[in-house]
Design a protein around this ligand. Sequence first.
Ligand code: UT7
Length: 325
Amino acid sequence: MSNHRIPAVLTGLGTCLPPRVVTNEDLARRLDTSHEWIHSRTGIASRRIADAGTSTAELAAAAGGAALESAGRSSCDLVLVATTTPDRACPATAPQVASALGLTGAGAFDLSAVCSGFVYGLSVAAAMIGAGTCAGVLVIGAERYSAIVDPQHRGTAVIFGDGAGAVLLERGEVADGYGAVLHTELGSDGTGNEMITVPPGERYLQMRGREVYTRAVPTMTDSARRAAAAVGWQPADIDAFVGHQANLRILESVAKRIGVPPQRVITNIEDVGNTAAASIPLALAAAADEGRLTPGDRVVLTAFGGGLTWGSAALRWPDVRPVHR
Ligand code: UT7
């Protein structure tokens, strides 16, 4: 059964991608790598990289503003920024983002769950709406991994990209259920905290890619299955499977294990790489633009990442037009 009894409805979707495109060929000019290696191992062909002067808060505010515009709203009562790459250790990014959007006075906080940050944010927002604490929550995933990735380390530099994606969730009583976040579940295993880490006192991210891969596939499979089963969906009922865009091979293998056919697997990793907390809303927006998501579709989201953390959500796709900044 759905664990969100007062429905939180997705009413707006926005994105912000920095304009600079960095292709695999660009990386191969300065690193011991190749387009063939990167594309065949990950599915990535290019990613966006923010200029040094662009902050996570700016990307977040642009995506958040786009989501508000997409919903036709100018306000909400909570701004939640999921990010691995806040501009500062203190204070949080979200209050600055809220004020940049003209929402001074709204509640605002950051959420740190690395690549699972968006699903964590969605779950928290849906629960707060369900509890009656909030009526409208902007959930923003915003990342500037270029700030924490060693540009000389081929194992990580080829994987990550910058960007932001956001949704507006509102308290809703929708007769047809379109847009409703029906169920969310979250999980973690801190014993794996060294697998994806910026060690204390160090600047750059370290990732044990092979180990993460091996954990990600069964964990995402089980979590996504549970979320679908909780709302009574069989694998054949899932119209769109939207996993965190970490690696195309992970997404394909999770979908195969669940029993979701390849044409129902949503991916945009080829164009943006792994954007951590931003990846699911960016993938949703790309799919909506391409007409691959239509109102009423049964959508399962699942993510896995540093912490280790994971989470899944089941929702009915709304009638929404993404806005890009
Ligand atoms: O987003 C949050 C969660 N993160 C993930 O889910 C990431 C999961 N992991 C992965 O996606 C994959 O493990 C990677 C894409 C990161 C790496 O792919 P892999 O197939 O697991 O490669 P590997 O790390 O086992 O490395 C295989 C070989 C190594 O060489 P040797 O030791 O076999 O000679 C690496 O040194 O490939 C080498 N290598 C590269 N070669 C060319 C590593 N990076 C590169 C590179 N270009 N960029």
